[in-house]
Ligand binder design. Structure first.
Ligand code: SAJ
Length: 422
C-alpha cells in the first residue's frame, strides 16, 4: 500500500513526534488538533511540549513543507488517532476524545483509507471506534460489517515510547500491530514500516489493546511489590534498597525500586482499564494500584514522625519554626514534568499541613508551581542543605544522587528513593 498523505489527530506527546517522524521520511503529514494555539505554533515550526530534539525535527518538517497543522480534518490515505484516554472519577475509562476524533474524521474518509487508534485504550475501544465511524458513514463498509472486503481498514497500534526518549524509541522499538482483520494488520504494518526499524509484530486489535495495558500493569504491580516491601522493611528496621539489591542478585528476580508513589499518565492509569473491564477478576492489578496510591500518605506520616523526632531533640522549638525541605517535584528523575506527580502531591499536602517553612527544590523548573501555601519557596539545593531541619527526598534527580548526609545541616531525613548516603 502506498501512503502519500498521512493525518495525525491529536498533536500531543505522542501525536506530534509521530507526525514529525513521518514528515521526516518525506510523507505529507496533516496534523489535526482542537487546540488552536498549538496548531498555530506548529505551523510556525515551533512546539508546545517538552521533548528532546523534537523542536528541530518539527521545524525542519514544517519548513520543508511536509508537515502542516489544522483544526479541521482533511482527506488523507491514513489517519492515526493519538488523543488522550483519561479515566473518570470512578476509574472508568473516558473515551470521549476518541469519539469526537472519530466523528471529526468520518466526513473526509474515502474507500481504501486506513484508520489507526494509537491512544492507550481499554479492550474493545478499537471496535467501538469503528462502530462510531460506521454510524457516521453508512455509505462506506467497515471490518465489523464486511470483514476483509471492507472499504476502511481499522487497527490498534499502541505507542510504547518513554517520555524523554520519544524520537529514538518511536523508530527503534518493536511495534505491536492489531488489525481488526488480517488485511487491516498488513496495511497498518506497511504504514509503520515507513519509519519503524524495530519489528512490526502482528496480532488482533483486542490483544494489541491488552498488550499495552499489560506492559504498564506489569510495572505497576512490580513497583507496588517494591513499595510494599519498603513499608514492611521500615517496620522491621531493614534497609529496603540493600535488600532489593541482594534479592536481585538471584538470576531470575528483578524487583523494581520503591518510591513516593507512581506518577505519570500511563502506569498509574492503564491498569484501571483492565480493572474496569473485569472488576471481579483483576484483584492483583487493583490492589497494586491501591498500594501505589497509598504511598504518598505513608510518606507524609513519615515526615510527621521526623518533625516530631526533631522537636523531641530540640525542645526549645515549635512546629512553626521547623523548616522542611522537599527535594524533587517531577514525576520521575531528570525531567520537568510535574503532572500526576506523587512528589507534587506530597509537597503540596505538607505545605497545607505544616505550620512552618517549606523549601522545595526542583532543578528542572525555574518558577514555583501553583498550589503551594505562602510558606513554601522554590530554592536551590545548597539553600536547602544549609536551612532545612527535616529533609524529604522525593525524586532521584542526578543532582541529588550520592549526596552525603553530612552535607546537610539536618540529621532528620525521609529518603523515599534511597539515594542519600548515610
Ligand atoms: N517508578 C518507581 N519505581 C521504579 C520505576 C518507576 O517508583 O522502579 C515510578 C516513577 O518514579 C514514575 C512512574 O513509576 O513515577 C512511571 O515512570 P516510568 O519511567 O516507569 O514510566 P513512564 O510513565 O514515563 O512511561 C511508561 C513506559 N512504560 C513502561 O515502561 C512499561 C513507557 O514505555 C510507555 O510508553 C508509557 O508509560 C506510556 O505511554 O504508557
Amino acid at each position: 500500500m502506498s501512503f502519500e498523505t498521512i493525518s495525525v489527530v491529536g498533536l500531543g506527546y505522542i501525536g506530534l513526534p509521530t507526525a514529525a517522524v513521518f514528515a521526516s521520511r518525506k510523507k505529507h503529514v496533516i496534523g489535526v488538533d482542537v487546540n488552536r494555539a498549538a496548531v498555530d505554533l506548529i505551523n510556525k515550526g515551533q512546539i508546545h511540549i517538552v521533548e528532546p530534539d523534537l523542536d528541530l525535527v518539527v521545524h525542519t518538517a514544517v519548513t520543508e513543507g511536509y508537515l502542516r497543522a489544522t483544526t479541521t480534518p482533511e482527506a488523507a490515505d491514513a489517519f492515526l488517532i493519538a488523543v488522550p484516554t483519561p479515566f473518570k472519577d470512578d476509574h472508568q475509562p473516558d473515551l470521549s476524545y476518541i469519539e469526537s476524533a472519530s466523528r471529526a474524521i468520518a466526513p473526509v474518509l474515502k474507500s481504501g483509507d486506513l484508520v489507526i487508534l494509537e491512544s492507550t485504550s481499554p479492550v474493545g475501544a478499537t471496535e467501538q471506534m469503528s462502530a462510531w465511524l460506521a454510524e457516521c458513514r453508512p455509505d462506506l463498509t467497515f471490518p465489523q460489517q464486511a470483514g476483509e472486503d471492507s472499504d476502511i481498514r481499522i487497527a490498534h497500534c499502541p505507542e510504547r515510547v518513554l517520555p524523554g526518549h520519544v524520537l529514538r524509541e518511536l523508530v527503534q522499538n518493536d511495534r505491536v500491530i492489531g488489525g481488526m482483520t488480517d488485511k487491516c494488520s498488513a496495511a497498518a504494518a506497511s504504514l509503520y514500516q515507513i519509519f519503524v526499524e524495530g519489528e512490526c509484530v502482528i496480532t488482533n486489535a483486542r490483544t494489541a489493546e491488552m498488550c499495552k495495558l499489560t506492559e504498564n500493569s506489569f510495572r505497576d504491580v512490580n513497583i507496588a511489590f517494591a513499595n510494599e516491601l519498603s513499608m514492611v522493611c521500615d517496620k522491621l528496621d531493614i534497609n529496603v534498597w540493600e535488600l532489593i539489591r541482594l534479592a536481585n542478585r538471584h538470576p531470575r528476580v528483578n524487583i523494581l525500586q520503591p518510591g513516593p508513589g507512581v506518577g505519570g499518565h500511563c502506569i498509574a492509569v492503564d491498569p484501571w482499564f483492565i480493572v474496569s473491564k473485569t472488576p471481579d477478576l483483576a484483584n492483583l492489578i487493583r490492589t497494586a494500584r491501591t498500594v501505589n496510591d497509598s504511598k504518598p500518605e505513608w510518606v507524609i506520616d513519615k515526615v510527621k514522625v521526623a518533625v516530631a523526632n526533631f522537636l523531641q531533640g530540640n525542645p526549645e522549638r515549635t512546629a512553626s519554626d521547623v523548616t522542611i525541605a522537599c527535594l524533587g517535584l517531577a514525576f520521575k528523575p531528570d525531567i520537568d514534568d510535574l503532572r500526576e506527580s506523587p512528589a507534587m502531591l506530597i509537597s503540596r499536602k505538607l505545605s497545607d499541613i505544616h505550620p512552618g517553612r517549606l523549601i522545595v527544590v526542583e532543578p528542572n523548573i525555574s518558577q514555583q508551581p501553583l498550589g503551594f501555601g505562602e510558606k513554601a519557596e522554590l530554592k536551590d539545593l545548597a539553600y536547602a542543605q544549609s536551612e532545612a531541619d527535616v529533609v524529604v527526598l522525593l525524586v532521584d534527580h542526578k543532582e541529588f544522587k550520592f549526596l552525603s548526609f553530612d552535607t546537610f545541616k539536618s540529621s532528620y531525613f525521609v529518603d523515599t528513593r534511597g539515594v542519600i548516603e548515610f
